[in-house]
Design a protein around this ligand. Structure first.
Ligand SMILES: O=C(O)C[C@H](O)C(=O)O
Ligand code: SF4
Length: 509
C-alpha cells in the first residue's frame, strides 16, 4: 500500500480545511432563513466567509483540531499495524504543516506533545468487512462542542419539560433538552448524534457513530425518522440561533440510532457537534492505497456569496476600540453594540487563567483586552511566528477566575464565545468591564485581522495555551455582557427555557 500514507495525509488536510458538501448545504439553508441585518444573519455571513477563506487558504476552518478520530473498515488480511503507523506519521506531518493545531496534552503533567500524538491519540477504530476496499472516515470534533455532550439516565426530571419516562416520549424530551442546554456554547447552530440504549460508553459510541451519517440521509427506522423530524422542527423553535445570539436556526441536523440495553439501564446519549462539522471519508484501493472515491461530497462544491451588503448595515453602528481602554469608554458600551478593535490584544485561556489567579502577569494588562483563544501558529525559517487560525474558545471555563483577574490586573475587555456567568457579570459591573462575543469557529476570518505577533509568554504551556501578543486591525465582535448588568446570554437562556416548556405535553404516546 505504497500510497496509503499520502491518501491519509490528503484526508486529514481536506477534513481540517474543507467543509463537506452536505454540511455546506445545511448551513446555506439556515442562512436563507435569517432576516438580513440581524445578529444571526451577520454571524452566518462571517461563518460562510470563513468557510470560503479556509477553502482558498487550505488552512484550518477552526483553530481547534479537536480529537482526531478515524473509523476504518478493512478487507480481511489488510495490515492494520502498518496502517496505524502511516496514520500517526500523517497526523504528525499535518501538524508540522500547520493544518492541525498541536492538541495532545498529557493529562497529568499538562505538557503538549506538539505533534498530536499521545496515549490514545489519535483515536483509530478498525473493523473488518468483506468488501475488497478500505473505507476510512475521519472526524475532527472540537473541544467546545464535545463539552456540551450529555447523557441522560431515564427516568429523569428535566428543567422546562418535567418528567421524562422510559419510553419514546421520554427520549424526545431528553433530546430537546440536550439542544437547550448547549445554548450557543458548542458553536450553534449544531448537529447532534443520538444513541438510545447501550451502557454509558457504548451509548456515547453509538451517538458519535451517527455523526458519520450524511446530514441528508433518511433513517430507515420509521419511529426514529419521525423523531428526527420532530427534533429538527422543535429545536428550531427555541430561538437560540447562531452562537446563541437568537435567531431561526439552532439545529442543523439530528441523527438518531438505537441499540439494545439491559433492564436496569436506559441511557440517551447525545454527541453535539458545532457548525464546523469536519468529517470526511474516502474509499481507498486495498492494493496500492490510492483514493478511489470521496464521501460526503456529492454534487457540485457548495460555495457562498461573499454578501458585503450584510455587513454594511452593521458597519454603520460599529464602535472603534483601541487598548489601553478607559473605564469610561467601557461603561459607554451596551449589549448589542458591534465593536471593531485595532491595536493590541493578548490571548489567555485555561492554563493562563489558573496561573494568573495566583501569580503576576508577564505584561502590563491594565486597560488591555484578553482574548480567549488558542491559535494555530507557524514559525518561519527566520524564527518569526505567524497566525494560521485564531477563533475564540468557550469562555465559561474561565468563569471561576475571570472576574478576579479583570480586577487584579485592570483588564477592561475579554473576548470569547458562548458567554459567561453571574460571577463575571457582577465583576463587569463593579469594575467597569465588558464581554465581547466573537464568532466561534471563524478562525480564518479572525486570523486575517491579525497583522502581527509582537511576542509570546508561557510557551511552556504549549502553543494553544501560551499568551500570544497580537496586533489586530479591524477585529469585529459583539457586546453580549456589559457593565450595566445586562447579558444577552442570560436573556436567551431564559426565553429559550420558556419555549422549551411549550414542548412539555406528550407527543409520542
Ligand atoms: O480549543 C479551542 O480552541 C476551542 C474549543 O473548540 C471550544 O469550542 O471552546
Ligand atoms: S471553537 Fe466552535 S467551531 Fe471550533 S471546534 Fe470549538 S465548538 Fe467547534
Amino acid at each position: 500500500m505504497k500510497l496509503f500514507y499520502e491518501s491519509v495525509y490528503e484526508l486529514i488536510v481536506a477534513t481540517s480545511t474543507r467543509l463537506p458538501n452536505d454540511v455546506r448545504r445545511a448551513i446555506s439553508k439556515a442562512k436563507a432563513m435569517e432576516s438580513a441585518g440581524t445578529r444571526s444573519a451577520m454571524s452566518l455571513s462571517t461563518i460562510t466567509e470563513n468557510i470560503m477563506m479556509a477553502d482558498e487558504n487550505i488552512s484550518p476552518i477552526c483553530q481547534d483540531t479537536g480529537l482526531p478520530t478515524f473509523k476504518i473498515k478493512v478487507p480481511v488480511g489488510a495490515n492494520q499495524i502498518e496502517m496505524k503507523c502511516d496514520i500517526k506519521r500523517a497526523i504528525a506531518q499535518a501538524t508540522k504543516d500547520s493544518k492541525l493545531r498541536p492538541n495532545s496534552v498529557d493529562s497529568l503533567t499538562g505538557g503538549n506533545t506538539g505533534d498530536n500524538l499521545g496515549d490514545g491519540l489519535p483515536v483509530i477504530k478498525f473493523e473488518q468487512w468483506e468488501n475488497d476496499y478500505i473505507d476510512v472516515r475521519l472526524i475532527l470534533k472540537g473541544g467546545g462542542c464535545e463539552n456540551k455532550n450529555i447523557q441522560y439516565s431515564l427516568p429523569c426530571e428535566l428543567e422546562g419539560l418535567g418528567k421524562a419516562g422510559r419510553d419514546l416520549d421520554g427520549i424526545r424530551k431528553c433530546i430537546l433538552h440536550s439542544v437547550y442546554q448547549a445554548q450557543g456554547q458548542g458553536c450553534s447552530a449544531g448537529f447532534i448524534g443520538v444513541g438510545i440504549g447501550g451502557d454509558r460508553s457504548s451509548g456515547y459510541e453509538l451517538a458519535k457513530e451517527q455523526l458519520f451519517r450524511s446530514v441528508e440521509d433518511v433513517n430507515p427506522i420509521e419511529q426514529l425518522h419521525e423523531l428526527e423530524k420532530y427534533i429538527m422542527k422543535h429545536s428550531n423553535t427555541l430561538g437560540i440561533g447562531t452562537m446563541g445570539f437568537g435567531g431561526e436556526t439552532t439545529l442543523l441536523g439530528c441523527k438518531i440510532g438505537a441499540m439494545h440495553r439491559i433492564p436496569a439501564s436506559f441511557f440517551v446519549s447525545v454527541a453535539y457537534n458545532c457548525w464546523a462539522y469536519r468529517r470526511l471519508g474516502a474509499a481507498i484501493h486495498a492494493e496500492d492505497g490510492s483514493i478511489r472515491e470521496w464521501f460526503y461530497q456529492e454534487g457540485d462544491t457548495v460555495t457562498f456569496d461573499r454578501n458585503p451588503e450584510e455587513h454594511t448595515e452593521a458597519d454603520k453602528k460599529e464602535i472603534v476600540l483601541r487598548a489601553p481602554l478607559s473605564e469610561e469608554e467601557i461603561r459607554g458600551l451596551k449589549v448589542g453594540d458591534v465593536v471593531k478593535i485595532h491595536g493590541m490584544m493578548y490571548t489567555g485561556r485555561d492554563a493562563i487563567h489558573k496561573h494568573l489567579s495566583s501569580n503576576e502577569a508577564p505584561v502590563d494588562l491594565n486597560g488591555q483586552i484578553l482574548y480567549h483563544c488558542g491559535p494555530v501558529m507557524m514559525k518561519d525559517e527566520a524564527g518569526s511566528w505567524h497566525v494560521k487560525a485564531a477563533g475564540p474558545t468557550t469562555s465559561i471555563r474561565e468563569e471561576p477566575y475571570q472576574g478576579d483577574i479583570m480586577k487584579k490586573f485592570g483588564v477592561r475587555a475579554v473576548i470569547g464565545k458562548g458567554g459567561m456567568g453571574q460571577k463575571t457579570l457582577k465583576a463587569l459591573q463593579e469594575h467597569g468591564g465588558v464581554y465581547l462575543n466573537a464568532i466561534g469557529g471563524a478562525a480564518q476570518y479572525y486570523a486575517d485581522c491579525i497583522k502581527g505577533v509582537k511576542g509570546v509568554d508561557f510557551m511552556e504551556f504549549g502553543v494553544p495555551e501560551a499568551m500570544w501578543h497580537l496586533e489586530v486591525d479591524g477585529f469585529t465582535a459583539v457586546v453580549t455582557m456589559d457593565s450595566h448588568g445586562s447579558s444577552l446570554h442570560q436573556d436567551i437562556e431564559q426565553t429559550s427555557l420558556e419555549k422549551l416548556a411549550a414542548c412539555k405535553e406528550p407527543v409520542f404516546l
